[in-house]
Design a protein around this ligand. Structure first.
Ligand code: NAD
Length: 495
């Protein structure tokens, strides 16, 4: 079992003085070691990305686009291998791992349209004999810092557009499941991406601090927990960098009395317990409007929970895998065991379920009568725990959502188009679903939350990523005949 090292300019690189352990969460077994970069390692990787920048920025757009067409093909062909890496290091079931690959492919497809995306604007004759056009140029070296929960999709959210726009990239994946990033960079190089355009730097805070401190890093895309996102945004922008930092979430799903309650229960179970709740768009709060709705919904959800199959993600029968680490599993359990003391009702206690072996498994939990102020409500648990908050009216549901410190995604389940449309306007949240519990935008739109779910003003991937990863320049052109030349100290006016 070797140590996974950084991938720089097409080569393995760096010291292995400090390393971290990679576990298979389904068995608890050690499956590898990963190098943790020193500041010197990080600076060498940044230097390699900087060196590759001029040639890549000058590469013709059609040639750049070719890389993405080939990359798409390779990702489709090799998705089973990549999914196996994700399941081994993250624990999610293979079908879910393939799901994130397929969503990541959308970002590659979007980037393949770069010739269109990088078009500027042109206005002829803004003044007599004067034309204006705008161009989009690369920002430079971009650092992409990613979380453990989507080891393929989130790196592709960032790297596809950053590279398409002519930048070079240092990708710092989560140290908990770094294998997918190593696979991706090699695949990109097989697809024709020149060495040095995408580099992978492994490690922890030391690596991230070096990226924040380097004057050669122009922009940072970050996805992870809110405290780290906030700090990266503050430090990065103070250092004059462009930063988009996506944080945590607490996503509410409102169920109106007129909703199809069986459909709503199916959606709630899927969105709350899929990937063991370790999704930033997971539904963690079910907001039932009216006690009749709440009672029926709780019964229907509990009935469905009893049938879920939890096990090793490589077993096709498994619908949900383990949590990422033993410590995280214990932290998630503490919210369930503490909920009754806070005044909530534990309807299904997943901590009571027993599993064979040393995997980091936990059962699914349902907690009713949850209220704002309780830990189980306020914190992002990031595990298979669904809270039910009972409200009397639609207005109370909206007020609850808008008062929450997170605002990543939300959804409403109703048969009433008028209520759905009102919700779309009223919800102060970045992504809204109508009878869709996980409203993750398709790759042609951008993804991002509000409040503590995103620091910065650019959402990630899609059209906003082209804005984030380019600097625009406006060029004003005039070709006067030499005979028209004259001195004029007045401020140029077009009127
Ligand atoms: P995390 O914040 O612990 O780690 C994210 C990245 O930051 C990793 O690469 C990690 O090495 C690095 N990091 C961790 N602590 C750091 C520190 N103190 N200083 C500098 N860098 C540090 O997040 P995680 O546990 O890997 O991922 C789960 C979190 O990510 C959840 O909060 C989830 O909601 C969030 N997330 C958000 C989105 C979104 O789009 N908003 C998407 C996926 C995940």
């Amino acid at each position: 079992m070797g140590v996974l090292r950084h991938h720089v300019a097409g080569q393995e690189f760096g010291s292995t003085e400090r390393t971290g352990t990679i576990f298979n969460p389904a068995t608890g077994a050690v499956v590898g070691e990963v190098a943790y970069a020193s500041a010197a390692d990080a600076n060498a990787v940044i230097a390699a990305a900087k060196a590759a920048l001029p040639a890549w920025a000058e590469t013709g757009l059609i040639k750049r686009a070719d890389v993405f067409f080939r990359m798409r093909q390779l990702l489709v062909e090799r998705q089973d291998e990549l999914a196996a890496i994700v399941t081994r290091e993250h624990g999610k079931v293979l079908a879910d791992a393939k799901g994130e690959i397929s969503r990541g492919i959308e970002n590659i497809e979007f980037a393949a349209g770069l010739v269109h995306l990088l078009k500027g604007e042109f206005s002829q004759q803004v003044s007599r004999g004067v034309d204006v056009h705008s161009v989009k140029q690369p920002v430079g070296v971009v650092a992409c810092i990613t979380p453990f929960n989507f080891p393929v999709m989130v790196p592709l959210w960032m790297t596809a557009s950053a590279i398409a726009c002519g930048n070079t990239v240092v990708l710092k994946p989560s140290e908990k499941d770094p294998g997918a990033a190593d696979f991706l960079v090699r695949l990109f190089e097989d697809a024709g991406l020149p060495a040095g355009v995408l580099n992978v730097l492994h490690g922890d805070k030391v690596a991230v601090d070096a990226l924040l401190e380097s004057p050669d890093v122009a922009a940072i895309s970050f996805v992870g927990s809110t405290p780290v996102a906030r700090s990266i945004y503050q430090r990065g922008t103070a250092a004059g960098k462009r930063v988009q930092a996506l944080g945590g979430a607490k996503n509410h799903m409102v169920v109106m009395p007129d909703a199809d309650l069986d459909g709503a229960a199916d959606a709630a179970v899927s969105a709350a317990y899929g990937a063991a709740g370790e999704r930033c768009m997971a539904i963690s709060v079910l907001v039932a409007v009216g006690d009749t709705t709440a009672d029926a919904l709780v019964a229907k959800v509990a009935e469905r929970m009893a049938k879920l199959v939890i096990g090793d993600g490589t077993d096709p029968a498994s619908e949900m895998g383990p949590l990422i680490t033993r410590e995280h599993r214990d932290r998630v359990a503490s919210y369930v065991t503490g909920a009754a003391a806070e005044g909530a009702t534990v309807v299904v206690d997943g901590t009571a379920q027993e599993f064979e072996g040393d995997g980091f498994f936990i059962g699914v939990s349902l907690v009713d009568n949850v209220k704002p102020g309780m830990r189980v409500y306020e914190d992002e648990i990031f595990g298979p725990v669904l809270s039910v908050v009972r409200v009397g009216t639609y207005d109370e549901a909206v007020a609850l959502i808008n008062a929450n410190s997170f605002a990543n995604g939300t959804a409403i389940f109703t048969r009433d188009g008028g209520t759905a449309r009102r919700f779309e306007v009223d919800a102060e949240v970045g992504m809204v679903g109508v009878n869709v519990p996980l409203p993750v935008p398709v790759g042609a739109y951008s993804f991002g939350g509000w409040r503590n779910s995103l620091f910065g003003d650019s959402h990630i991937y899609g059209p906003e990523s082209v804005h984030f990863y380019t600097r625009s320049k406006v060029v004003t052109t005039r070709w006067p005949h030499p005979s028209e030349s004259q001195i004029d100290l007045g401020f140029p006016s077009n009127h």
